[in-house]
Design a protein around this ligand. Structure first.
Ligand code: FMN
Length: 324
């Protein structure tokens, strides 16, 4: 997939996910073959103020390339300035958030609230387009409510304003994450727009990904929640071997944990951040429920690794596996 000077091949992206896709996780994903990553969403207002938390979210390492930064906001000038900051940091693309359903964000007119205001949404894209030479992409939902699914109308305005690519998560704001993503809307965008469309929503397996591409004709795919605890999945969609064995899952968790320790410079904070990830990594392993119950008791990295090692390699737990 060619977007301006950016080439993503195969066209598979890890979705931006606040609180999840931090730099260590993105590095792990890239090492496991995920072709492209995006930061968590970053406030444009926070960036232009030089806010510590927002600037922190823009930190990345060279091995994460190709990497896009996702910004949110409702003021075209502020968004343009934030995009300049993103470009100055060396990102390969800037993505504009038009999907976040969270109250605090939509109350300020940003995120999914922009779907109610296509004119402002287009002015934001146009301002960002003029501000930077980077690929400018937009990630959006299907509309504000089910009865107001105006994704095609909004997306057309965004493309006219200069968007190079649209990612569609076809749920309305009102749906948050409930119900199914309506892939038919992805097809409608593909058939009516001249830019590449990335399909997102409910890709949990390799066959889901193939089915989405076949049914919608989308130019690429983006995977989100299914990669939590399974950082192998995006790489697998890009034709890497899959599924991983228990030893590989154990190794991936240890690498992830070590990356987070290095990133935060504190084992204690890393252990806290990694508790939820460990719960995801053990999904489907015998003994997972017991480990989840003791998550809060882990205080050191070696305790976490030892607990996972125990359930990943304990011969009694895995007795009988692969016999039928
Ligand atoms: C915890 C969490 C955080 C998310 N953060 C963001 C975000 O920062 N920016 C964004 O555009 N979407 C965000 N999303 C939405 C995902 O990128 C994605 O669109 C959604 O989860 C649907 O894809 P999936 O079914 O593959 O998970 C988030 C979703 C979750 C569950």
């Amino acid at each position: 997939m060619q977007i301006r000077t950016l080439n993503i091949d195969p066209p598979v992206w890890m979705a931006p996910m606040a609180g999840i896709t931090d730099s260590p996780f993105r590095r792990l994903l890239r090492r496991l073959g995920c072709p492209a990553v995006i930061t968590e969403m970053v406030s444009s207002e926070g960036l232009i103020r030089g806010g510590k938390g927002s600037m922190e979210l823009l930190k990345f390492t060279q091995e994460e390339h190709p990497i896009s930064a996702q910004i949110f906001g409702a003021n075209p000038e502020v968004m343009a300035e934030a995009a300049r900051i993103v470009a100055g940091h060396g990102f390969d693309a800037v993505d504009i958030n038009m999907g976040c359903p969270v109250k605090k964000v939509v109350r300020s007119g940003a995120g999914a609230a922009l779907l109610k205001n296509p004119d402002l949404a287009a002015r934001i894209v146009s301002a960002v387009r003029k501000a930077v030479d980077l690929a400018v992409t937009v990630k959006m939902r299907s509309g504000w409510r089910k009865e107001e699914q105006n994704a095609l109308h909004v997306a057309k305005a965004l493309v006219d304003a200069g968007a190079d690519l649209i990612t569609l998560h076809p749920r309305s704001r009102a749906q948050f994450y409930s119900g199914n993503a309506d892939w038919n809307l992805i097809k409608i965008l593909v058939e009516n727009l001249s830019v590449p469309i990335i399909g997102n929503g409910d890709i949990k397996t390799k066959s889901d990904a193939m089915r989405m591409m076949k049914e919608t004709g989308c130019a690429g795919i983006m995977v989100g929640r299914a990669a939590m605890g399974d950082p192998f999945l995006p790489g697998a969609l890009a034709q890497r071997p899959y599924p991983p064995g228990r030893a590989e899952r154990y190794e991936a968790f240890c690498t992830h944990l070590d990356l987070v320790i290095g990133w935060l410079g504190s084992e204690q904070r890393a252990v806290l951040r990694m508790r939820k990830h460990l719960a995801w990594y053990v999904r489907g392993m015998p003994g997972a429920a017991k480990l989840r119950r003791s998550l809060d008791s882990f205080e050191t990295a070696s305790e976490m690794k030892a607990a996972l090692e125990l359930i990943a390699f304990d011969s009694e737990l895995h007795e009988g596996e692969g016999k039928n």
